[in-house]
Design a protein around this ligand. Structure first.
Ligand code: MN
Length: 244
């Protein structure tokens, strides 16, 4: 199993969850929402080689945590993955949009200067603006748009720019999400849960719920579960190769 976007540190009992991920053999990209969370979150993965930590500054926290950008830059050399970063144009966050943009630009610039990273990116109500920023920083590495909710036109542009996509059970349970995923090139698809933020049928998703994505994709794309899983595994291997 693979969960490319999960907030392990935000579960009520993160050490226990990390241990369970380890015993189930799940590859987890454990994303942080602030640079200050880096130390505690990397500690969760200690001794567990399949759990990797991403250094982030969530756009919904940009207005409160922008002063942690210095810390972001200090920690970046230790981080192979970056995220959660991006922009959020939702009603509650649009008022901080300019601050979000400054933070996102700072991060993309730092990441470019550091030689690029695999980045997991939030783009809720902001897909076009996220893409506009990514275009400005072609050396920032590989962008994975997580829980993409933009339009088909925006999706097409993201594909043309080389973006990858991580999709979760909550997204795929909606008609819109299912319609969008059909437009994503199969070799750029990865599963995620976005737990504990994402819920399905009022239940908080756990990293092992990433298995649901394979089943949903199998139904949506009319392909055998084994074929879908083989594709996902091969995608994951290709992505990891980009880190070498
Ligand atoms: Mn998230």
């Amino acid at each position: 199993m693979i969960d490319m976007h999960c907030h392990l540190d935000l579960y009520p009992n993160p050490h226990h969850i990390a241990e369970q991920c380890h015993s189930k053999g799940i590859y987890v990209l454990s994303v942080t929402t602030t640079p200050k969370a880096w130390d505690g979150t990397t500690a969760l993965a200690e001794g567990y080689t399949k759990i990797r930590t991403a250094l982030g500054l969530h756009p919904q926290l940009a207005h409160e945590r922008h002063h942690e950008l210095d810390l972001f830059d200090v920690l970046l050399p230790n981080a192979k993955y970056v995220g959660e970063i991006g922009l959020d144009g939702g009603d509650n966050y649009r008022k901080h949009y300019e601050k979000q943009r400054l933070v996102f630009r700072h991060i993309l610039k730092s990441v470019s200067n550091a030689g690029g990273r695999v980045m997991t990116i939030h783009s809720r109500n902001a897909a076009s603006d996220v893409l506009n920023e990514l275009v400005q920083y072609p050396n920032a590495g590989t962008a994975i748009l997580h829980w993409f909710t933009g339009t088909k036109t925006e999706l097409k542009r993201a594909v043309d720019l080389g973006c990858w996509f991580s999709v979760n059970p909550t997204m795929l349970a909606t008609k819109r999400g299912a319609d969008l995923v059909k437009e994503i090139p199969k070799e750029r698809l990865l599963p995620e849960t976005d737990g504990p933020f994402a819920k399905l049928n009022k239940r908080v998703l756990m990293p092992w719920d990433t298995d649901l994505v394979t089943k949903q994709l199998s139904e949506i794309l009319s392909q055998d579960v084994e074929v879908v899983w083989h594709q996902i595994e091969s995608n994951f291997r290709n992505l990891v190769t980009l880190l070498q």
